[in-house]
Design a protein around this ligand. Structure first.
Ligand code: MN
Ligand code: MN
Length: 462
């Protein structure tokens, strides 16, 4: 044995993805990044994301599954939960008793939801009251162009789809911020208190309705809404309207190597999980399942969140076609909880622990645990699960890395992993490293996006 052979075997050498990516893979990576940006632009809300995902799936031969219908290996099906959660599957060669290979991402993102009674006028300006959704640094949402997306369901049950400020050239909305000349008192406050939730009011109009004597600007806005959508002030009560950034995804960097966009947490992993499923060649060995869940950013609760029985119901429906008990399927299944992780940011090194933080261009970060305050509220994946992922990623030349969400006690976070693991599914977190996560404009690297897509394929096929 060579005197130094032990050294190359014993020492870990993680390389930048660009030192490992075959030059021939660049066009595929760039094409993937272009398609991903188009997906983001069409997916500003969880409902839009589900709709766009269905459109892409149907193009590739997926069809809605009707309970009780027969299924055979190779069948491509999907099921929508209340327009906000999507479950897709490609039936495998093996029985579901052998378990399914699952990728679970989330389609919801931080945003500003309208309150049930949102519209008011103050000092001859019209505003919409909001209640922020998900973890948010509130000051980031002021003084940027916003659009309003979502649905209004009329008393009759009829649904009006709202997209205000979303079309090209259409007027946008905004939340005002204080000018530096007059922010001296506000500047003394700590950041968390300087910007309050009740200040996040969206400016929507300034023209008074001539001839009226009270709330003239508010009436002007109501008139526009009535003319365009046939909706009234009381219809806001039965609505889900979200103010989201009114700009599209773009390339970042002089080298165009990164992607900047709203909503990459977690549509970047959602798109990878979806595309990998759509691109599956032939029939996988085990049944491959892709979940795009809702409500992750607020704890995965509710009827469309990952804790919902809708997931178990979907799996049970599939199992029933093969006379397999659901519990047998779940205990043999593997789930990659596909969610983003924090990328090391040299501008803020103090909140990271360099040796255990994901870096841009080193591929998806495999996260053994998330949580906070001493691994609380997390599914700590087993050494065996980590070994399995190491093996299949390495065997398939995936550029990947390990990650932890910041330094110990710097903060923390969670994913859907624990809710899958609680179901007796072996579960592991992995996803794209993101700079400025939860900001209205988040940054990822094209290489990491593409590698995460390849990683998802590997999970479905192993
Ligand atoms: Mn996430
Ligand atoms: Mn998040």
């Amino acid at each position: 044995m060579d005197e130094n052979a032990w050294k190359s075997a014993a020492l870990s050498r993680r390389k930048n993805g660009y030192d490992r990516l075959p030059a021939g893979d660049r066009p595929a990576m760039d094409a993937y990044a272009d398609a991903y940006r188009a997906f983001l632009d069409a997916s500003k809300t969880e409902r839009c994301c589900v709709k766009e995902s269905i459109r892409l799936a149907e193009e590739r031969g997926f069809r809605p599954y009707q309970r009780g219908g027969p299924l055979k290996p190779g069948d491509k099906i999907y099921s929508v939960n209340r327009g906000k959660m999507l479950l897709l599957a490609v039936i495998g060669e093996q029985s579901l008793a052998a378990g399914a290979q699952i990728a679970a991402a989330h389609a919801d993102c931080p945003r500003l939801d309208l309150k049930p009674v949102p519209l008011y006028e103050d000092s001859e300006l019209a505003f919409l009251k909001t209640h922020y959704y998900g973890g948010m640094r509130k000051h980031q949402w002021t003084a940027i162009p916003l659009e309003l997306r979502g649905v209004v369901v009329l008393r009759s049950g009829e649904t009006r789809e709202i997209a205000l400020g979303a079309g090209p050239g259409e007027p946008k909305l905004v939340i005002t911020d204080l000018l530096p000349h007059l922010s001296h008192e506000q500047d003394k406050k700590i950041l968390r208190e300087a910007f309050t939730g009740e200040n996040l009011n969206v400016l929507v109009g300034s023209v008074p309705l001539v001839g009226e004597d009270k709330d003239r600007v508010k009436l002007g806005v109501l008139k526009l809404l009535y003319e365009r959508y046939g909706i009234t002030e009381d219809d806001f009560i039965s609505a889900e309207l979200e103010a989201v950034p009114a700009f599209n995804a773009c390339e970042i960097g002089l080298d165009g190597s990164m992607i900047g966009a709203y909503g990459q947490d977690d549509r970047v992993c959602g798109y990878a999980a979806l595309r990998a499923l759509l691109d599956l060649d032939g029939c996988p060995v085990k049944t491959a399942v892709c979940v795009l869940a809702d409500k992750e950013e607020t704890g995965s609760n509710g009827v469309t969140g990952m804790q919902t029985a809708a997931f178990d119901t979907f799996m049970e429906d599939l199992c029933q076609t093969q006379n397999v008990p659901l519990r047998v399927c779940l205990e043999n299944s593997f789930c990659l909880s596909a969610d983003v992780t924090a990328a090391f940011d040299p501008n803020f090194p103090e909140v990271f622990e360099k040796r255990n933080t994901a870096r841009l261009n080193y591929g998806p970060g495999v996260c053994k645990y998330t949580g906070s305050g001493g691994k609380k509220n997390t599914s700590d994946a087993s050494a065996e699960a980590m070994a399995y992922i190491r093996r299949i990623f390495d065997e398939n030349n995936i550029v990947w890395q390990t990650s932890e969400l910041g330094a110990v006690d710097a903060g923390g976070g969670g994913t859907v992993a624990k809710f899958m693991a609680n179901r007796n599914i072996t579960t592991l977190d992995a996803g794209v490293p993101v700079l400025a996560m939860h900001a209205p404009f988040e940054i990822t690297s094209k290489l990491d996006c593409y590698m995460t897509y390849l990683a998802m394929q590997t999970v479905y096929e192993n």
